[in-house]
Design a protein. Sequence first.
Length: 161
Amino acid sequence: MWRANWIALIVLLRTIGHVLDKVDRKNDAVLASIIDDHWRYLNTKKRSFPIFWEFIEKERNNILKTFEVGIKIVPHTIYTHLDRGLSYQQIVERHGEFWDLIFGDEEESGLEVADKAYEWWDENLRVIEMAWLRKIPDPFTSDRIWELLNESYELERTMRE
């Protein structure tokens, strides 16, 4: 079951970019320009965006082309000084066994990496949205990213009050 959930998560993370490119761009010329600018920026600064290129894009391609996932499931348990001399099975019986989803060579928590990817998309969509509201066709290549991102967070705070 974890494999199906992981695949769904990755496909949905990558779908965001595809919907931007194939659906959202059709609605407005300025939005299309912003989306093109975003894609150009991603392509020219690939090393700056490993969360997209090495996680979202690569993992999605691995799944679709070879049905392989870059995640492994690793069992572990809690071990305290009181458990010295006990076998792994005895410790599991005492504390239970837990499973971690580990991603990549760095052995990061798969869910933490997925959360970073979600946050990355959230920030990028905020910039795209603010650029569209202000009719700025090139927010990424004109280095207005942080200005627009901060404006988005400020707008959100204002709306909550």
